[in-house]
Design a protein around this ligand. Structure first.
Ligand code: UGA
Length: 452
């Protein structure tokens, strides 16, 4: 067993994927959650949510290292019995769109309680996404207030941002492209670096470790998510430019742009807009944070505005095809914020449904291979939920493709023609061959118009 034991405070995507991967490499992990049901599932070796390959890693741990992963409902005990504590709590968006640090604050209090009675040096690592200053001025100060101990002297304090994407959490945890370590002092950063040198071993030959201060590390994470969101809104703005000129195709334009050696082509796919639990939350959080410091971001305002407008735009495109949609039956193919997940948080489908309702469309039916249930929790009876593509298309007068699941990519123009009342189709993710579909059906696609 590795010399440092680790407590993971928070068992969401980051927390549980780390806990499972660490313990699978011989590290003793005490995870902690206040949710007893979740703790029991984890202790029974069951992943409490779906994430690709997580269950498989948990099965391996159960088989080979079952004593190395344990989940407690007592964070104070978890901290006391380990050497390093990682805070992996959520930082949701408040109603005013600023960051809610409530879970971080309560976890810092629990750590403070534990450190009050602990004499040995202990390292605290914030891995949640937090606005600059949080690790030092909130986490560090609360721990000092409660325990009487000083960061950099009695305990170590680091900030290590996470870059894992849903559906890739295990892959991203095992093979990161870089590790960013912000430290309150050298000793804190050295201890965390030593831990990752053990955990990653040879992988570090291709994965730089960047050392910096706490606030820079906090800002790196926002820099990342804001640039990725900006790339998407930039591609969507250019899709709108492309639609001003007949026969210009945004997919070809972005392929041309993305091959520049200073750029890359990832996250340049135009479409109905980004969703998910992170981009909206983080772009809004850093925007609100900078405003509270007296700086108003114009770029991020535009990134969010362009994204919201894409949902309106796809409904405009549908009305250009069909005329007024009110009174007609409309189908949404895909509801989740991206393929491979049942996550509905900030999904583009929600904005599209709201826009349809605003325009008086009451007969909406949606189908998602994985997210029907979560969509129903999110949107209730705003729409009906089909159990199959066939049921979703049956008798429909217009279909909007919202999420690019593989099973939708296989559909042919004939599938739409056979099953819909009138086969109008708007491709919101550019998954269909433009020429083929445009020749076969009343068809529109983001980022391309054909005036022939
Ligand atoms: C994102 C980041 O990719 C992660 O690096 C980050 O760690 C994570 O947020 C987080 O902060 O926790 P995630 O939200 O899981 O990960 O999903 P992405 O794969 O980034 O997709 C986000 C949205 O962008 C999806 O709705 C997707 O459809 C959309 N997207 C993506 C586009 O519209 N166009 C593209 O070219 C790429």
């Amino acid at each position: 067993m590795y010399k440092y034991k680790v407590s993971i405070l928070g068992t969401g995507f980051i927390g549980l994927c780390s806990a499972a991967c660490f313990s699978n490499k011989g590290i003793k992990v005490l995870a902690s959650t206040h949710n007893e049901k979740k703790a029991k599932l984890i202790n029974d070796g069951k992943a409490p949510f779906f994430e690709a390959n997580l269950q498989e890693i948990m099965d391996d741990v159960k088989k080979n290292n079952s004593d190395l992963l344990q989940c407690l409902t007592d964070p104070v005990k978890a901290v006391l019995e380990t050497d390093i504590s990682m805070i992996t709590q959520g930082t949701p968006m408040r109603d005013d769109k600023s960051i809610d640090l409530g879970f971080i604050e309560s976890t810092a209090r629990e750590i403070g309680e534990a450190l009050k009675t602990k004499d040995k040096y202990h390292l605290i690592v914030v891995r949640s996404t937090v606005v600059p200053g949080t690790t030092r001025n909130l986490v560090g100060k609360i721990i000092t207030e409660i325990s009487g101990k000083e960061p950099g002297k009695d305990f170590g304090l680091c900030m290590q941002p996470e870059f894992l994407a849903e559906g890739r959490s295990i892959e991203d945890t095992l093979h990161p492209d870089r590790i960013v370590i912000g430290g309150v002092d050298k000793r804190s950063g050295d201890m965390l670096q030593e831990f990752y040198e053990y955990f990653y071993g040879d992988h570090l030959q291709n994965c730089p470790i960047l050392r910096m201060n706490l606030e820079s590390a906090e800002l790196v994470k926002y820099g990342n998510n804001c640039l990725l969101s900006t790339k998407i809104s930039y591609a969507n703005e250019f899709a709108n430019f492309a639609e001003l000129v007949p026969n210009v195709d945004i997919a070809q334009v972005m392929a041309g742009v993305g091959l520049d050696y200073r750029l890359n082509s990832r996250f340049l796919n135009a479409g109905v807009g980004f969703g998910g639990s992170c981009f909206h939350k983080d772009v809004n959080a850093i925007k609100a944070w900078s405003k509270s410091k007296g700086y108003t971001s114009r770029l991020l305002e535009a990134v969010l505005g362009i994204n919201d407008d894409q949902a309106i735009h796809i409904v405009d495109m549908a009305e250009e095809l069909v005329g007024k949609l009110a009174g007609k039956k409309v189908t949404l193919l895909g509801l989740a914020f991206k393929p491979g997940t049942d996550d509905m948080r900030e999904a583009a489908s929600i904005r599209v449904v709201d826009e349809l309702l605003k325009r008086g469309v009451t007969d909406i039916i949606g189908y998602d291979p994985k997210a029907n249930e979560t969509a129903e929790v999110e949107m209730g009876d705003k729409l009906k939920y089909a159990k199959s593509i066939t049921e979703a298309l049956n008798d429909s007068e217009c279909t909007l493709l919202i999420t690019e699941w593989d099973e939708f990519k296989k559909l042919t123009p004939d599938d739409f023609k056979k099953q819909m009342k009138t086969p109008n189709l708007v491709d919101g993710r550019r998954i269909y061959d433009y020429e083929k579909f445009n020749n076969a059906l009343p068809f529109k696609a983001i980022g391309r118009v054909n005036l022939d």
